[in-house]
Design a protein around this ligand. Structure first.
Ligand SMILES: C[S@@+](CC[C@H](N)C(=O)[O-])C[C@H]1O[C@@H](n2cnc3c(N)ncnc32)[C@H](O)[C@@H]1O
Length: 325
């Protein structure tokens, strides 16, 4: 399993860029960028080198953690997956490329696409410190037009990106991302009802186009969850001093909620159930809500079933588990 915390190399590169910038100024910029996101705006508010750095210090640790958690879940289901080429769509500061480089030592060829010049410059600057990423190609422009000319890749990732484009663009970009996927497409979004809604819409369209779900769902059928319920997961990450200062936060960690789907060309061999919320463990039993190949189930594992109880008490929200008894 890859750690959800930024690799030391990236953390050091980010903090080195902060030298010469005022931390208060970075905090103000990050607050204003976050407000734009909350108000439904996108990354267009990131215009300068200082904006890009403030965004990356405040958000890159969390989006990195969400992508890493999704890749870890994919690797549990497909342990032999060894992609060579990556396409990172809406790459921003290069978050998903860093996460994929950590998760897959097999990756040799990284292509990043994004419209934002300030984020592209920061990404190239950060990548110049990395042995794995320093030869990455980063193209600037509108995702769909760049992608239509790009060579297909074994792994395609769009992290926290599709929420910045409208529904018809999402459909068109989703189809194109799938066309450019040789093996696996991973899409990660914030773990909100709206983020989940975008993941589910894309999932349904691409299954209709022949895709199979590797994670998180143990089936290619319709999502059994009913509103107001929505499928999402959470990943804890440590906050560095700079991260806390830029966010004006005190706690040394934060929990990032995210929703994701990993779609593959070939159906996966094993269909494990997915833990949908943190199980409740008491001295009497473990109660867990699972998404299974045949629908959502509330399972109770009594303490008297010693071996099963010992296994179930280690289940965590987001795990792939076998619930055969
Ligand atoms: C919230 S940021 C996420 C960045 C990065 N993937 C991450 O997870 O940290 C969204 C990124 O998508 C890019 N983006 C949004 N719409 C785009 C489009 N139509 N074409 C290219 N890039 C786009 C933005 O410029 C921005 O860098």
């Amino acid at each position: 399993m890859t750690s959800p915390d930024l690799p030391a190399e990236l953390k050091a590169a980010l903090e080195a860029r902060l030298k010469g910038f005022s931390r208060n100024d970075a905090a103000e910029r990050s607050t204003s960028i976050s407000k734009t996101y909350r108000d439904g705006g996108g990354s267009g508010a990131i215009r300068s080198e200082a904006d890009a750095l403030a965004y990356a210090l405040a958000r890159m640790p969390a989006t990195y953690a969400a992508v890493t958690a999704s890749l870890n879940a994919l690797c549990v289901i497909r342990p032999g997956f060894a992609p060579k080429r990556l396409l990172d769509i809406g790459a921003g500061p290069g978050t998903a490329s860093w996460a994929a480089a950590e998760a897959f030592s097999s990756l040799q060829d990284f292509t990043l696409l994004d419209a934002n010049d300030a984020l592209r410059k920061l990404a190239l600057d950060l990548a110049s410190d990395s042995f794995r990423l320093r030869d990455a190609v980063y193209e600037r422009g509108e995702a769909r037009s760049l992608l239509s000319k790009a060579e297909a890749a074994d792994l395609v990732i769009a992290s926290y990106m599709i929420g910045e484009i409208n529904e018809s663009e999402q459909a068109a970009l989703g189809a194109l991302m799938w066309e450019k996927t040789r093996d696996t497409l991973l899409v990660v979004e914030p773990g909100t009802p709206a983020g989940y809604g975008r993941i589910i819409a894309l999932r349904e369209r691409l299954i209709a186009a022949g895709a199979h779900v590797a994670a998180p769902c143990p089936h290619d059928g319709k999502c059994p969850l009913q509103s107001p319920d929505w499928c999402h997961f959470t990943q804890r990450l440590q906050r560095s001093r700079a991260h806390k200062q830029v966010k004006g936060a005190e706690l040394p960690f934060e929990d990032e909620k995210f929703a994701y789907v990993a779609l593959t060309r070939e159906p996966v061999a094993a269909r494990a159930s997915r833990v949908l919320a943190q199980p409740t463990v008491t001295k009497v039993e473990v109660t867990a809500r699972l998404c299974t190949p045949t629908g959502v189930k509330l399972t109770r594992t009594p303490r008297r079933a010693k071996a099963d109880y010992a296994v179930a008490r280690r289940w965590r929200w987001g795990d792939a588990v076998s619930d055969e008894r």
